[in-house]
Design a protein around this ligand. Sequence first.
Ligand SMILES: *Cc1c(COP(=O)(O)O)cnc(C)c1O
Length: 850
Amino acid sequence: MRLRPARTFIVEPNLPGPLEPLRKLSRNLYWTWNTDAAALFERIDRELWRATDHNPVRLLQLVTPERLHELAEDAGFLEHQRRVAEALEAYLKRPPILTVEGLDRGDVIAYFSLEFALAECLPNYSGGLGVLAGDHLKSASDLGLPLVGVGLFYHEGYFRQEISPDGWQQEVYLDLDPATLPMQHVLGADGKPVEVSIPFDGRDVWAQAWRIDVGKTPLYVLSTNIERNAPPDREITARLYGGDNETRIQQEMVLGIGGVRLLQALGIEPAVCHMNEGHSALLGVERIRAAMEQFGATFAEARLPVTGATVFTTHTAVAAGIDLFPPDLVRRYLAHTWQRLGLDDRAFLDLGRTRPGDDGEPFSMAVLGLNLSGYRNGVSKLHRGVSQRLWETAWPNLPRELVPIDAITNGVHLPTWVSHEMGELFDRYVGPAWRDDPERANWMAVYDIPDEELWRVHEGQRQQLVLRAKQQHTEDLLRRGLPAREIEGGRTLDPGALTIGFARRFAGYKRATLLLRDLDRLARILGNAERPVQVLFSGKAHPRDDGAKALIREVVQASRSPEFRGRLLLLERYDVELGRLLVAGSDVWLNTPLRPLEASGTSGMKACANGVLHMSVLDGWWWEAYRPGTGWAIGRNRVDDDPEAQDAFDAESLYGLLEDEVIPLFYDRDAQGVPREWVRRMKATIVTYAPRFSTNRMVSDYATRAYAPAAAAWHALRANGLERAREVAAWLERVRAGWNAVKVYAVEDDGSEVRPAGAPVRVRVQLYPGPLQPTDLKVDIVYGRTGAGRELQIEAEAPLAFLSQQEDRLCRYEGSFAPDSGGRVGYAVRVTPCHPHLPPVICTGLAHWA
Ligand SMILES: *Cc1c(COP(=O)(O)O)cnc(C)c1O
């Protein structure tokens, strides 16, 4: 018989008085990037620290009272504790580093994401999207930006990966108890847990929240696993990306609708909401509903301030990369919601479609996000163009390059990802500013680090990695029950060999097996006794992605063959901790996506910040970042429509680079054993990429380009009971109704065929405004070179001034522009609606061209 308890409760550890500061320290994730804080916990009990996946709350629950009493009398420990506690207090009290004009009235930004990767003991993430979200919160904290995170708590986590003896990934689910994790139940003024309800398919589902403190930034995570819900509803938030489409829409309702309601219950009224990918797009719907109720407004009126104050970041490069829900599923779950918005099902479903009214088109959460946000961005410069192409059908009146999607390239939180030892080196040479204010730190000082010192620190990282890889791999193979000769193989990893790291989610487009395309050639590369090379793989496949699981199996099978044993292996259970070791201890970080499917990629940024040379296809961030003399670009810019041909081309380039450049350079040592040219490239890598690809830079970009204008729109449109929103909504309705009658009649210039560069071109335009007033319209020239097919490549624009309106209502506009580039230049006239109270972040999508 299995006995279940009648009741359970939490036993808080009895900390001896002098150790009381540990309670607070254990509950703030500050230790995940402050290595002195992490070292303090490790000092309590090294074994336990490891066994708890670096979870200080659990550590304090499990450590013996004897050990605690010992520590309470250990002067060295107490001194260490005092130092860390003071550092945390100083950090929490520090004035903001970032001040942004327009974001100074105490505006709160709420950042919504389905996953956050913050620490190995909180396995509520699957990959890069979650790591980015976690790093965003950490950098907001560093910068002092008033931001709160909103997410879900999955009590079974993502999953723990195990590989079966024949190489297939097995998923093992966890059973996480919030009471043993660094998170706190959110209680209301009455001391009871705050609960929010979400209307679901004819019933209410309830969620409770926990708070995770990330430095200064609180992250609220919602869970439906509470007594009050029926058993099936308790499972809604059980697993990240678990279940089917129905589970997904349920989770996204809890996140988007429940998240907005939670903030309201806590008295937090965010000025700006940031949707990290379309999963959270229902937040826009819920905010509109709340504003309609609060102000007695219509959907169109309430939509304006909400849209203006919403930021949407897209991370996919394919339209189906984000959830698509069948219309009937949406009808079942959201009917209640749209009734309260005063919409019918068609009007609501159209918010998630690019072809309004087409009931065959599924409801896309990405399109919903695009439609309910004012500022939108892709996550690298290349991805911006990809996104504009992907979503241009949503703006049928705009040329592709004017589709309103900006680019803010991702980054990484440097103090989290730079190894302890490398970080100390930066402290000494660059100064501590590299941690909190990396854009202003003096990175050039990296060139002052003696080659020997940098190389010694890096070799130390590689040795730590190899040691860990050997231990873990041996354990993995023992568990798989493999023969002894294979297990021995794992022990032959070489701490001095050129080590190539490849770790990320396994997904087809990331092409983990590109390196295995020509096994004989790879065997010659790895098998050279004088210049040994080894490859470490790691990564999980989504539980339902059988194609990706087959790739894992291919790597595992290769690792078992005699010529690769001990030279190429896959480490199970990729997580942020293993990630940190890999990006610091590898010599080369390999990335081989099928271009342009990698929206940004961030693991390469982590590697570069550690001086690891990045070798990647020119995709994602590397396309805009790569500079010769640092890492390597695989395959140049070529893109072949045939993926097979592209694979062959990229693999050839990859092998060639390894054979001709990477390996010779790595083994070109001087008398001290230092590879001088390699070290020079390491330094150039750190200096070139670390400051630019940090999340501190990224969050500053969001603050100035997205949050500040969004907050401005929010305040302007909401003031006096939505006064301006109502005015703009009424105007917009009038403009939309009359828009088709607006006609450009004549465009004139002096007609010259050839002009000197820099000479102004005067343009006169006559247009018929239909029922609209001249003040409703804005007329601009857009100009640039004309390229292939005589298509205009818009490079700049110039406004035309309104001159007069004639008896027959024709309006005249005039102005000039001066192209300064040579070649064939063209221009076009654009007419758009204009209203003094329409915030610049809101694009109506209306335009006429001539
Ligand atoms: C950084 C990181 C990722 C993202 O890696 P990409 O190369 O950008 O795909 C995924 N998982 C973990 C655990 C990471 O630390």
